[in-house]
Design a protein around this ligand. Structure first.
Ligand SMILES: Cc1cc2nc3c(=O)[nH]c(=O)nc-3n(C[C@H](O)[C@H](O)[C@H](O)COP(=O)(O)OP(=O)(O)OC[C@H]3O[C@@H](n4cnc5c(N)ncnc54)[C@H](O)[C@@H]3O)c2cc1C
Length: 213
């Protein structure tokens, strides 16, 4: 797949060590929240690639990704140093764990998994659907968008890093036929989410899941 070049429209701090990077949508590019792109960055003459999940509700004018900055990471500190007007390259979109118009979206998010959670929640409400977000993080991000979602009727719960998920996941699930569970985050969060879904009588195998690594 050929990489597409585009310009950074904006970069904002959206929480501790978390940025939202907004890219101008290249002509013909279309993606759904929950799909991901492969960002290509030159570091000391070498091309490094990292995957980032779409956190905007749509990609009509711009595409947003939400990046957790790892100070020891090779790529994310460099993304943090970018600015509006800089040019980046990416490939995609990829992935099937994305919003597809489901009438009720229950999103379980750990760390930067909050990106697709807010994107899906906003898109679902805009299309007349329902949204529930259970988010676990030691330093929450996107709190303004979460507050707005809650004000618009979404079920939103933010848990501390050491809090169990099961009770809150059970409260988020209705068992309605149109309900789809999504899970986004790093591997340890996915394990906790699977356990919580099982304990709550849900079906982890039916969840749309993306493992960040
Ligand atoms: C499908 C998918 C979707 C993703 N979506 C998102 C998203 O929406 N948002 C997001 O923030 N992330 C997402 N990720 C994760 C992302 O792609 C990067 O892995 C992440 O941003 C870390 O990149 P980095 O270059 O900063 O860190 P890296 O350089 O990859 O390092 C990560 C950590 O590993 C340590 N490390 C690196 N190399 C070694 C080594 N050789 N030995 C020991 N330790 C080492 C580093 O010190 C650091 O703490 C996604 C991943 C996948 C696969």
């Amino acid at each position: 797949m050929d990489a597409t070049e585009t310009t950074i429209a904006g970069l904002a701090d959206v929480g501790p060590d978390t940025i939202a990077l907004t890219l101008d949508t290249p002509a013909g590019f279309e993606a759904r929240p929950g799909q991901f792109i492969k960002l290509l960055l030159e570091v000391n003459g070498e091309t490094h690639s990292r995957f980032y999940t779409i956190s905007s509700p749509n990609t009509q004018a711009t595409v947003e990704i939400t990046v957790g900055i790892d100070p020891d990471g090779e790529v994310t500190p460099r993304l943090d140093a970018l600015a509006a007007g800089d040019v980046v390259r990416f490939e995609g979109p990829f992935g099937r764990a994305a919003y597809e118009g489901e009438p009720r979206c229950v999103v379980l998010a750990g760390g930067p998994g909050i990106g697709p959670a807010v994107g899906i929640g906003e898109r679902a409400l805009a299309e007349g659907g329902e949204a529930a977000i259970v988010y676990r993080d030691d330093a929450p991000a996107h709190t303004e968008r979460l507050d707005a979602l809650a004000a618009d009727g979404a079920f939103v719960r933010v848990l501390e890093a050491d809090e169990g998920l099961a009770g809150t996941v059970e409260a988020a699930l209705t068992g309605d036929p149109g309900e789809q569970v999504f899970v986004y985050g790093f591997g340890d969060f996915l394990d906790s989410a699977t356990e919580a879904l099982t304990a709550a009588g849900g079906a982890p195998e039916a969840a749309k899941t993306e493992n960040f690594g």
